[in-house]
Design a binder for this molecule. Sequence first.
Ligand SMILES: [Zn+2]
Length: 456
Amino acid sequence: METRQFLEQGMGKIVGDGRLTMFWTQKWLDGKKLEEHVIQALPEEHATKRVRDYWSLVTGWDWRVLRQFLSSDILNRIASFELVQEDHEDQVTWVADKRGQFTIASAIRVIQCSSPMAETRWRTIWKLRLPHRIKFFLWLFSHQRLLTNCERVRRHIHSHSQCDICHEGEEALDHTFRTCPNARSTWYSMGSEGTRCIEKDASVHDWFQYNLNGHHRDAGWPEKFAIILWYIWKWRCKACFDNNADVPGDRGAFLVARIHDIRTAMEQGVYELTDTSTNLHMTWIKWTPPSAGWKVLNIDGAVMDTQGRVGAGGVIRDEAAKWIVGFSEYLGACSVLKAEVRALLRGLKIAQELGVTKLWIYTDSSTLISMITNPSTWKTEVSPLIHQCVQLLVWPGWETQVSHCFREINQVADKLAKLGLNMSLGVSIYREPPLEVQGALHDDSRGVLWPRMLKH
Ligand SMILES: [Zn+2]
């Protein structure tokens, strides 16, 4: 067989926002060309549709149309895909053919090997003693994924690229972090150290890399630099969307205090859980409400083994353990991991819409936790979704924390996910707790203790 033909046979698509992928003629779903699986002849006007054309940001897939042409098996598989909002282009990948000559694993290797630079950059960032949230912000910075106005225009989600603070230039990374008056006043507030930092003539990426590499006289400079960048971005977002609310008058004093707090917290291991011993011991665990001002989101995914049906669910409660909102969603057929990620994404969107300002998220999936804290562990099938979750987690409009919790104290979310298994496609929002979760909800609010074997 010709190489080209061979390649085309194995060529598939990983769908991000669905704009670049042909719905019927490209293999974006399980290596199938959907035109070969229609149950009724496809009218000509449909043949050239893209994946995006059957998707609405508000209501999801257009089941009314798709149902006419595809069997329920295939509809179930489609249901497990959620397109992301305009910020993740579809990628070409290879899908396994019948003889197994191309495998997903080899495709993943190709994608990962293609950017050794990205790998090194992540390692530099990963080594810094900073909360994950700031590390992720740095990662977005280094991958040109921060949504500055220039980036928004490139993604067709904004009409102008001018800076909204000074109106004196295009808001690209260089402007946002070095030349805009918002950035300059922050650097100047840090005294000569800050002023020196922006005198350098290098490109914004070289400048970024240089400052994080730790060749500086002050050994703590990379962390300091990162925290200053993070606040420049945070204050830029406040100025653009929030009329400067919460921007401190004395930026320098504020930053010095924050840098000190973060350093102390990292030294005391507040942000990191380390456990190297292998001895097990029995302990008691319980669900605890968040501290004052915080809301807590528990999420979970569920699978019905016999039929491969998958559901997602979650619940948001307040500091008094009071129910705020819950949701259940039927996702069709997909992996449990994908269900966990979908539950996280749905929960974040609902919380954001409610105007939550401090959100603590709990999941019992360690895989999900490691994906949130380290992009090198991202699984290809969920990477567009995880990317969207991360964008929401680092959104400067709120504080977020993500922690692992054990199954025993994630039962309300588990029951909501199981409710999703028996629904038809789509999401249900509960303003009041449904009957099925009331027992577990009551256990949580009373602080019922569960035995658990732990390492110590
Ligand atoms: Zn500006």
